[in-house]
Design a protein around this ligand. Sequence first.
Ligand SMILES: [Cu+2]
Length: 69
Amino acid sequence: MEKITLTVKGMTCMGCVRSVKNVLEPIPGVAGVDVTLENGQVSIDFDPAKSSVEQFTHAINDAGYEVAG
Ligand SMILES: [Cu+2]
């Protein structure tokens, strides 16, 4: 299991937090998603054999938010 923390721009409320979680949690290999709204940090526990950071970035972008790093 690996953990990565992405900085996501555009999240302004708990609804945004839920949206981001909702697109990440169904991705195969994702074991946990933790979002801190204040600083836009999205921490993802995942199995690197099943999913990749590119997938997470795409999913977040598709949901309407911007991954800054
Ligand atoms: Cu919102």
